[in-house]
Ligand binder design. Structure first.
Ligand SMILES: [Zn+2]
Length: 272
């Protein structure tokens, strides 16, 4: 790991001071964190959609019109995964994911809203988490919103689409990943809004902050005067709103932040 330059180190010191004073820091994470695990991004230079074009915007309509057909294609595709699917399946949590989970264990991060669908935050040990675009490794009932890790939900290929078994619900079950054209589950939106209202410090990590509603949470927080910390190697539309900008990847910035927060705590022995 290359040593951080002075400006970056200064920014992390100011970020640590903000977090040390906060009681409820909420984090919004995006594709930049997954990229550090070798998962291709969608937007921006070299992004999958930049190269291949955006996927159809009516994915959910297609699914809802014929869920059986959708499931049949899905099972065919699983036998021959795309490069992107293979990259996600092979990916491991990186130092950024592990440091973010450690910040939660330390009590320095209260909640994580992630736009990433790759499960790497959970695998790194993060517990208080809203996956606003779903989780590729989970399933969800479109009727009642019940979610299951995929391994626990056995798909019987003779009875497609699979149906929800929760209290006789019988709703159609799909991948938890939120499709284009699909409403984001209400429970996830409510939790994001609630956590954002409680936040007294907000941090964005590796998100280009162009996809709504996720991009709106840090904006809502700053309107209430909540300090915003941005961790991103690139400038984003949120940069002008940020109180502190850390121009570094999460895998370098977050471990340094942990060190400083520990120093803050050890130095504040006079606090009751
Ligand atoms: Zn259900």
């Amino acid at each position: 790991m290359t040593p951080l330059d002075t400006a970056t180190q200064d920014a992390i010191t100011r970020a640590a001071a903000l977090m040390a004073r906060a009681r409820h820091t909420v984090v919004l994470a995006g594709a930049g964190m997954s990229k550090e695990s070798g998962i291709p991004t969608f937007r921006g230079d070299g992004g999958l959609w930049t190269i291949n074009g955006e996927p159809p915007l009516n994915q959910y309509e297609t699914f809802a019109a014929d869920p059986r057909r959708w499931w049949e294609r899905r099972i065919e595709e699983a036998a021959q995964p795309s490069d992107f699917a293979a990259a996600i399946d092979d990916a491991q949590p990186n130092p950024g994911h592990r440091a973010l989970a450690e910040l939660e264990r330390m009590g320095a991060v209260a909640h994580l809203i992630t736009q990433n669908i790759d499960d790497l935050h959970r695998r790194a040990g993060q517990e208080s988490i809203t996956e606003i675009h779903g989780n590729r490794h989970w399933m969800r009932c479109v009727a009642c919103g019940m979610r299951w890790p995929k391994a626990e939900y056995i798909v019987d290929a003779t009875e497609l689409p699979p149906r929800c078994t929760q209290d006789g619900c019988g709703g159609i079950v799909k991948s938890d990943t939120v499709m284009f054209g699909e409403p984001i589950p209400a429970l996830a939106l409510e939790r994001c809004a609630r956590e954002t209202r409680r936040a007294d410090c907000f941090m964005t990590i590796g998100t280009s902050a162009v996809v709504y509603p996720a991009a709106g949470y840090p904006i809502d927080a700053t309107r209430r005067g909540v300090p915003l910390i941005e961790i991103n190697p690139e400038e984003t539309p949120l940069t002008p709103l940020a109180t502190v900008v850390v121009r570094a990847p999460s895998g370098e910035a977050l471990p340094a932040l942990i060190e400083l927060l520990r120093t803050h705590r050890n130095g504040s022995t006079t606090t009751p």
